[in-house]
Design a protein around this ligand. Structure first.
Ligand SMILES: Nc1ncnc2c1ncn2[C@@H]1O[C@H](COP(=O)(O)OP(=O)(O)OP(=O)(O)O)[C@@H](O)[C@H]1O
Ligand SMILES: [Mg+2]
Length: 372
């Protein structure tokens, strides 16, 4: 079968590590991230889901002269995550040292392990890790990307370790924290992350693309794939994708594959396929967003209403869940915090158009409950 290179490393590729010219837009942010990471700054990059945080940061850091470590905390299921994060950092550094000319540093990292060891050994290993990194950064800068940092709740010891690491390695080790805007703020202002206060120098926020930017991204993506697409297809698609690079590239991929299968590019069909493919992940995301809440039924009711009607006011919410407006406001504020809802004037609506599609499905309640 024919390979389609643009889906391997082009704008529409699924990967979160791409050549920089396949990371569309965000030119200012690219420069800034590169400068900050090269100079050992500690900073945050936040934004709604699918705005492209991971892709932007990984792809930029891949171009700078440093040992870059990427850890996705979302992958760790255990309650206490710190030992796993530290092990992932150690393993990634080892992998990179093996491939570099700095093999003499390997020994110091090889002995370190954090899970399945006693707390005492863990503490000692933290000191050893700090020393090993302090030595390594004399030779080469290190950049550590911690993705989905909101998963790291209440682990004060971990943040204490990071603070010490910051002070010992500055300005040769950069740490980048990724997460949603609101969860990052919550985490970094919490008392357990106090050790980090004053050590984060910048907060970069990624916004969804404007509609004309979405059109341009689709156009460039299709051009890279050598697929000719009518302007009205681009216009209609960009209107429906909410400016979210994750959906724009997913749409592009389906369209390109259709094209190579000899099918006509039809926005409705591609959009339906996109929603279908995204459905399961989105049920998981929605369930995870509200899972810690009591009164789940009320949340589900509000979300279902939003799926069907598109928007809701505080008074309507109060009526829907049979509570006072003050209480209704608490529900809506939480949904904003979870990144699901946006407030414009006095109306609340679903931020992401594909999530709205999913919320409008009749099986939504069953699917969410299945995952709680
Ligand atoms: N600027 C961009 N140019 C090209 N492709 C992009 C861009 N931003 C994101 N993508 C693509 O969109 C998808 C989602 O991006 P990514 O995972 O980086 O988003 P995210 O903001 O980290 O999302 P999440 O909050 O779910 O982790 C990936 O497949 C990625 O390749
Ligand atoms: Mg991400």
């Amino acid at each position: 079968m024919k390979r389609i290179p643009c889906l391997e490393n082009g704008i529409f590729a699924r990967s979160t590590l791409k050549p920089l010219d396949s990371v569309f837009n965000f030119d200012e942010e690219k420069k800034k991230i590169s400068l900050l990471a090269t100079n050992g700054e500690w900073f945050t990059v936040s934004g709604l889901r699918r705005t492209g945080k991971t892709t932007l940061v990984r792809s930029v850091c891949n171009t700078i002269n440093a040992i870059t470590v990427y850890v996705n905390i979302w992958e760790i299921q255990e309650e206490e995550k710190a030992p796993y994060v530290l092990d992932m950092i150690v393993n990634e550094i080892k992998n990179q040292l093996k491939r570099s000319r700095l093999k003499e540093f390997l020994g110091r990292f090889e002995k370190l392990s954090f899970f399945c060891v006693s707390v005492g050994i863990r503490a000692r290993n933290q000191v050893r890790l700090e020393q090993a990194l302090r030595n390594l950064v004399k030779k080469k800068n290190v950049v550590i990307i911690l993705d989905e940092i909101q998963e790291m709740k209440r682990e004060e010891e971990f943040f204490k370790f990071l603070a010490a690491l910051h002070d010992e390695t500055a300005p040769k080790l950069s740490m980048i924290f990724l997460g949603s805007i609101i969860s990052l703020r919550d985490i970094l202002e919490a008392s357990y992350s106090k050790p980090l206060h004053g050590r984060i120098s910048e907060e970069i926020v990624l916004e969804p693309l404007k509609e004309y930017e979405t059109r341009l991204m689709l156009k460039k993506g299709f051009e890279q794939c050598d697929v000719k697409v009518k302007d009205e297809v681009i216009r209609e698609a960009s209107y429906r994708l909410g400016g979210l690079p994750g959906w724009i590239t997913h749409f592009g991929r389906i369209a390109v594959i259709n094209h190579y299968l000899g099918k006509k590019i039809n926005v409705d069909n591609i959009y339906d396929k996109l929603v279908k493919e995204a459905e399961k992940i989105l049920y998981d995301e929605i369930a995870r967003a509200i899972s810690e809440k009591r009164k789940l039924r009320n949340y589900i009711r509000i979300l279902k209403h939003l799926g069907e009607h598109g928007e809701i006011t505080v008074a309507e919410t109060a009526r829907l869940i049979n509570k006072k407006p003050n209480t209704a406001l608490i529900y809506l504020t939480y949904l904003i915090k979870a990144g699901l809802v946006t407030k414009i004037k006095n109306k609340y609506s679903i931020t992401d158009p594909i999530i709205r599609e999913v919320l409008a499905k009749k099986e939504i309640e069953r699917e969410i409950k299945l995952r709680l």
